[in-house]
Design a protein around this ligand. Sequence first.
Ligand code: ACM
Length: 629
Amino acid sequence: MGDECPSGGARVIAAVAAAALLSADALGIVPAPQSVQAFTATYAVPRQIAIAAQSPDERNVAAFAVAFFAQRGIAARVVSPSDTAAQLRFTTQALSANASPQAYRLHVGDDGMRVNAAAGAGLFYGLQTLEELFPANGNLIHQVEITDAPRFRWRGIHLDVSRHFFGVPVVERYIEVAAHFKLNVFHWHLTDDQGWRIQILRYPRLTQVGACRSGTEVGNDPTTIDPHRYCGFYTQAQIREVVAYAKRRYVTVVPEIEMPGHATAAVASYPWLTCLPGHYEVLKVWGGSDDNFCPTPRTFAFLRGVLSEVLALFPGPYVHIGGDEVPREAWKASPAVQRLMRDRHITTYAGVQAYFTRVIEQFLNSKHRRMVGWDEILDGGVSQTATIMSWRGISGGIAAARAGNDVVISPDPPLYLDHYQGDPTVEPLAIGGYTTLERLYNYDPMPPGLTASQQRHILGAQGNLWTEFIPTPELLFYRLLPRELAVAEMTWTPAQLRSWPSFSTRMRTQYAWLQAQNLPFHIPNPTMRLTGMDGLEVAGLQPNLRGISAGVVGPAVRVALDEAVPNAVIYYTTDGSSPSAHSTRYTAPVDLRLAPDARAELRAIAVLSNGRRSFATTLVLYRAGAQTP
Ligand code: ACM
């Protein structure tokens, strides 16, 4: 048609018609980008491609691209930018005057693929989005123009390795998955009452003694102890490896060395660190102890020594010093603390903690690092340069932002990912709570009531994963996923673009990715939609915490089941028994007929091709007018 049209105007119209738009949600990108133009037209990635890259960052990201393409049967080689044959180009260039170094532009057209960004992080994020364009099978991707940048600077995920220890391969996988979803901070909770996990050369007993406990609480019953010795720590070489692994993926590692509370493992290693002499043991049970650090010159010298080694291992700008849940009993009984309070005119124990925190912060600042602490460090007054991690709700975060301190939002709930995400009576034991994907998704991390200048102190948000009830890597990823994707979108995507229906649509693509990656994740229960004989939807049957919907209906209802995970098969029963993969396979809506006074029950599960299954959704119906139990 264009050939027969002499006028340039008609050619433009033809080109626009050819560039038919596709819904951005159809691409399934999480976190949703700032601006997406997606086209129905596709680009077939050849079996052999060249990738143009030159600077160290371009070549770093190109190496990830080569690995990605290799998995898809595409042989890619890196060439110089002057090679005009390249099908994929990574180019570092300023996108606009104020663009974040994490911003990027992604183009896929008939002329190939291009990622432009001002810095390596943006190139890496452009590649992650490009990878998400690929379908589960095949190498035909939609043409797109994407312009993207993060909403927040701090997009964090935390991991507690004290309560249960996870080795380097698990930690690296954890970081790899986080980076794929454009999270950029890994908060590594390395020390606590139940184990010290980082080798410190000056103080070898920290890992000789502090990295082992002589048993572990079973479940959440402190009277039942599994007597096996439980040990684990990272050598400094391993820490360096993890930090480098994260850096290649533009993830900053923030180490946490807990003080002055949650110090039992340190105190068990060197009892002189505490105020009261005695014999201390690494805790076998969950919860804390009174055995905190004593604010003496000897303790501070120890902590400076520990932190000196920590700083040498972690080049990032932030060091987390804990500061949460500090017991004060030992301080009250301590002549040294009484003397300190007299000499320094400190009148409260919160003031003693504030003094402790200031001594440590001054040391960190002298080494050009910034201190992060849990919001308790606000209690006795804190310097302007401290960054506050708000976990006891957001009031600490609001107060800190108003006082001019930087803040990371991570309240319990909903950003504690150790909470249940399904029926607590059937899910693996968790610490409590109930934070579904939807509830987490709908949380906005920007606290209300802040002025624009106060809002600038909200660095971002973070999901925290405490591991008392997470003994295995399998369960670790199960608790994390898919909720980490909600954390990613909450911290990356502009608030006005966030939408649960859109996210749910895109999650179908992401559930397929999680399966392809063989990652364990929480499989959503099938959802149910009911219509009556009149064809109208039966409303008001909201599932409770246990996924049970119950209600009174007419003589017949039609139940349509749906599953959020692609390729999941739904099985159901109508006789009250627990469904399994041997139950009736769902293929079409189920009609339930109810005689007067009758009760009907339908239970359904979703089963993936790898055999993993969801917990059941249960529907209990009573005939209208009939007696309900
Ligand atoms: C915390 O959860 N104790 C910070």
